[in-house]
Design a protein around this ligand. Structure first.
Ligand code: NAD
Ligand code: UGA
Length: 489
């Protein structure tokens, strides 16, 4: 009764598809895993020595699975070479041939982007399903009968039904089991999260073909994950548990941030509060760091999707409850930026601001949905002479792409306008009136010697770093210690 899986097609070579496929391939050397994407540049990068995303440990996994033992040995990659089985053949491939790969697959992992709709019905909140529908149409037209379809992307509850409807429209009567297998990895720790997951959630329909498909997927994970951590549940619970998990994590951040606002007006210290409430095992210590609020590509969009779902189901009270998590997040950034302006005598005219850290958190080069962008927007209203950004990992091109919205909103020109991206932290800080540390990079942790006057702190620190400190520079910024930056990918 076991469904044999020989070839897996992973559609979408992004932050989720690439690392997930690589780890599945690493642990299942007899299965061919082909990652496909429409983006030629991304696929070329996955095939090269310079992977398109930076994740600690990712290169080792990709080298072993993509290149095989002989090649790893030939190149003398000692870090990866020692542990590798000498007979290991390459079993991880990257390609833009989506249709040809779908045709030969026994299982398709759908890891395409599911952003927020920007226009039309539900704009700003509903999930844009265009990429997912596109992938499903390709599968519907070309997959072998019985191919198992796995939702890895984060999707609204009941998307499994939409996928089944698309399949039925193109291939009436043919069974394509649909599973939900949400991904819980965090950027910056993706490989660790994939190698040692807290749980692997597999949602299926309660039919014979559904359970068989779920067992086939569970077997892939069981190659490295203890069975006790593989949780089979209903497909609708599985879809909704992903949105619920992200909403609950984000809600903790907004909760502690709301307390940080009270701390600022009293003499209470939000760090001490987080520490003491975190000692209650019912609350726990994680995700209680106050700061600029959450950024990143998922929390905001997933909560928006949840509020939209609640509203469409006629539950406005539920929608309003989760909406407040987003409101608090915006309030945090707004308050920080206003605090910066106030501490510079309510005027930024002729002043230079330096920003250290653009990405939404340390150890990632992902420039999307950065809290820094919201801060920059507010600062720009005050007409500063310049805002100079340094980030250890984000490429200048990626930051510029994100900043390009400012061209329209503020009619500032890029790259000659007031907002600049530089490749060195000292250059960013030279002659600045204020240095804003907006990400929790370890390299900024020692930036205290920067300060000539006492740092003005709004909320307490995040992860021991000082992302919300405003540091006033010494006349000679060269004296400041900034730790050595990491090697870019
Ligand atoms: P991404 O934008 O980095 O990657 C998606 C890729 O899919 C893109 O390269 C795009 O070109 C490709 N694609 C889109 N439609 C395609 C099609 N029809 N055929 C072939 N390729 C196609 O996105 P991501 O960050 O990897 O996120 C993917 C999904 O996983 C989202 O639903 C997201 O919510 C979820 N998720 C993301 C994270 C994260 O940390 N980034 C974590 C958990 C879950
Ligand atoms: C988050 C979740 O942690 C993952 O489990 C989930 O799979 C993923 O979203 C997703 O669905 O995309 P990620 O966004 O990569 O992962 O990063 P987090 O570590 O969760 O941080 C998110 C944001 O919250 C960052 O801006 C971070 O600075 C902020 N944060 C985090 C805080 O402000 N305080 C905290 O205590 C923790």
């Amino acid at each position: 009764s076991n469904v044999p899986i020989r070839t897996i097609c992973c559609i979408g070579a992004g932050y989720v598809g690439g690392p997930t496929a690589a780890v599945i391939a690493l642990h299942n050397p007899h299965i061919r895993v082909v990652v496909v994407d429409r983006d030629q540049g991304r696929i070329d990068a996955w095939k090269s020595r310079h992977l398109p995303i930076h994740e600690p440990g990712l290169e080792d996994v990709v080298r072993i699975a993509r290149d095989g033992a002989a090649e790893v040995r030939r190149r003398g990659d000692s870090a990866t070479g020692e542990a590798i089985d000498a007979a290991r053949q390459p079993n991880l491939f990257f390609s833009t041939a989506c249709i040809a790969t779908i045709k030969e697959a026994d299982m398709c992992l759908i890891s395409v982007n599911t952003p927020t709709k920007t226009r039309g019905v539900g704009a700003g909140r509903a999930t844009d399903m265009a990429a997912l529908e596109g992938a499903c149409r390709d599968i519907a037209m070309h997959a072998k009968a019985g191919c198992i379809l796995v939702e890895k992307s984060t999707v609204p509850c009941k998307t499994g039904q939409l996928i089944k409807d698309i399949m039925e429209a193109h291939r009436p009567g043919v069974v394509f089991p649909v599973l939900s297998n949400p991904e819980f990895l965090s950027e910056g720790t993706a490989i660790r999260d994939l190698m040692q997951p807290d749980r692997v959630v597999i949602g299926c329909e309660s039919t014979i073909s559904g359970h068989r498909a779920a067992a086939a997927l569970a077997n892939l994970y069981a190659a490295w994950v203890p069975r006790s951590r593989i949780a089979p549940i209903g497909i609708w619970s599985s879809e909704l548990c992903k949105l619920a998990a992200n909403a609950m994590l984000a809600q903790r951040i907004s909760s502690i941030n709301s307390i940080s606002a009270i701390c600022e007006r009293t003499d209470a210290d939000v760090g001490e509060i987080a520490k003491s409430i975190g000692l209650d095992p019912r609350i726990g210590p994680q995700f209680l760091k106050a700061g600029l609020g959450f950024g990143g590509s998922c929390f905001r969009k997933d909560i928006a999707s949840l509020t939209y779902l609640a509203e469409s189901l006629g539950l406005p009270e539920v929608a309003a409850y989760w909406q407040q998590v987003l409101t608090m997040n915006d309030f945090q950034r707004d308050r920080f930026a206003r605090h910066v302006i106030a501490s510079l005598n309510n005027s930024l005219r002729g002043k230079k601001i330096a920003i250290l850290g653009y990405a939404f958190k340390k150890n990632t080069g992902d420039a999307r949905e950065s809290p820094a962008l919201d801060v920059i927007r507010i600062l720009l209203e005050e007409g500063p002479k310049s805002i100079t950004i340094y980030d250890p990992l984000c490429s200048e091109a990626d930051i510029r792409r994100e900043l390009s919205v400012l061209e329209r909103e503020y009619a500032v020109s890029m790259p000659d306008g007031p907002v600049r991206v530089v490749s060195d932290p000292y250059t960013a800080c030279t002659d600045s009136n204020a240095v804003l540390i907006l990400a929790d990079w370890d390299m900024f942790k020692n930036s205290k010697p920067f300060t000539s006057s006492k740092p003005v702190t709004m909320a307490e620190t995040y992860d021991g770093a000082t992302p919300t400190d405003i540091l006033h520079l010494t006349p000679n910024p060269k004296r400041a210690t900034i730790n050595k930056p990491p090697t870019p990918p």
